[in-house]
Design a protein around this ligand. Structure first.
Ligand code: CUA
Length: 360
């Protein structure tokens, strides 16, 4: 009977060990896959795209190496001591003897970390001062206003207002002044390392010079309510010529575009019908479309909404079908969104979508 119980216990412990081994293997595999996923992450901070982020990256890499120079010998010594002096059943040494009051050792392990931190502080302070400099006077000025849960970008020199989509010319410094219309947010475009808290009734500053042409995602990095995770933006860094062309398009007024279309096509007639539905509805209370009666300041400026890559948030491509889905129920994409669901007849919805999509 006793033998059977012991055998059962042994089998159980072997099964437990195997299960633990399998769980550990699965955990490690998952961890490696997770780390591998970081390599293709567009929101990585490890591939800097501006001179400021390169400086931060260099400092980060240097401190990692210095840290390893400390961690590796300390951990090796720890493992050596744990193995060499571990308890053995066959040699009972009794309780270990405690040692107190080695002034030399205590001075050593106080001074060495102080010296290490002092050495790390020099380049750290240099980088902090470099990032806190005043931006070049030739910089593109961008006023950033954070809202629950979207980003407003105003270009005061260029008289352009846009939402969730930031256009910048490559090689020219962009200087941001940031504030919030409601709660605290954080402005973060990982490729440019520019993370700054954004406060209501307070201006924060940030600048960087984008070094390459491309599209880079950005994200609010401070929890700000139920749709915080959807408070994303797209940064489009363009060649000088492409940026200038974008500026010229954005500076055109919306009314000129709709009437221009109406003259040339049947689609223009539908867009004009949509303009009427828009102007007579509640939309104008919250949105601005330059050159029309829509002057609301609550929601995104829609003067050139048709030209944006995404609408509502970063994962919703700007297509007529998505525009209609968004208008019909914004909260299904962004829970808690201020914009109420719009109950429009099919023909009115089609017309409004045609109008908004025509606003290039
Ligand atoms: Cu805004 Cu999180």
């Amino acid at each position: 009977m006793l033998c059977r119980v012991i055998r059962g216990c042994l089998l159980w412990s072997r099964g437990y060990r195997q299960a633990r081994h399998a769980a550990l293997t699965a955990l490690m595999t998952g961890f490696v896959l997770l780390l591998a996923g970081c390599a293709s992450n567009p929101q990585t901070t490890l591939v800097p795209r501006a001179e400021v982020s390169q400086k931060i990256q260099d400092l980060f890499v240097a401190t990692i190496w210095w840290g390893l120079a400390v961690v590796i010998p300390v951990e090796l010594a720890l493992f050596y001591a744990a193995l060499r002096f571990r308890h053995r059943a066959d040699q009972d040494r009794g309780a270990p003897v405690g040692r107190h009051g080695s002034t030399r050792l205590e001075i050593a392990w106080t001074i060495v970390p102080v010296l290490i931190l002092a050495v790390i502080a020099v380049p750290t302070v240099q980088v902090i001062f470099a990032t806190a400099q005043v931006a070049s006077p030739r910089a593109v000025q961008v006023r950033v206003i954070a809202h629950q849960w979207w980003w407003e970008f105003r270009y005061p020199q260029l008289h352009i207002v846009t939402a969730n989509e930031l256009h910048l010319p490559v090689g020219q410094t962009a200087n941001f002044s940031l504030t919030s219309a409601d709660v605290i947010h954080s402005f973060w475009i990982p490729a440019f390392d520019g993370k700054r808290d954004v406060f209501p009734n307070h201006d924060n500053a940030l600048w960087f010079t984008p070094g390459v042409v491309g599209t880079f995602p950005g994200q609010c990095a401070e929890f700000c309510g139920p749709s915080h995770a959807y408070m994303a933006m797209t940064t489009i860094v363009q060649s000088r010529a492409d940026f200038d062309a974008w500026v010229r398009e954005q500076q055109r007024s919306a009314r000129a575009m709709v009437s221009g279309q109406a003259a040339s096509s049947g689609a223009g007639a539908e867009a004009r019908a949509g303009a009427t539905v828009f102007a007579q509805g509640t939309c104008v209370g919250c949105h601005t479309i330059a050159g029309t009666s829509a002057v609301g300041q609550v929601g995104p400026n829609l003067t050139h909404v048709g030209s944006r890559v995404n609408i509502g948030w970063q994962l919703l491509t700007n297509t007529p079908a998505n525009m209609a889905r968004w208008i019909a129920n914004p909260s299904s994409f962004k829970p808690g969104a201020l914009m109420p669901a719009q109950r429009l007849s099919n023909s009115n919805m089609k017309a409004v979508v045609a109008y908004l999509e025509s606003l290039k």
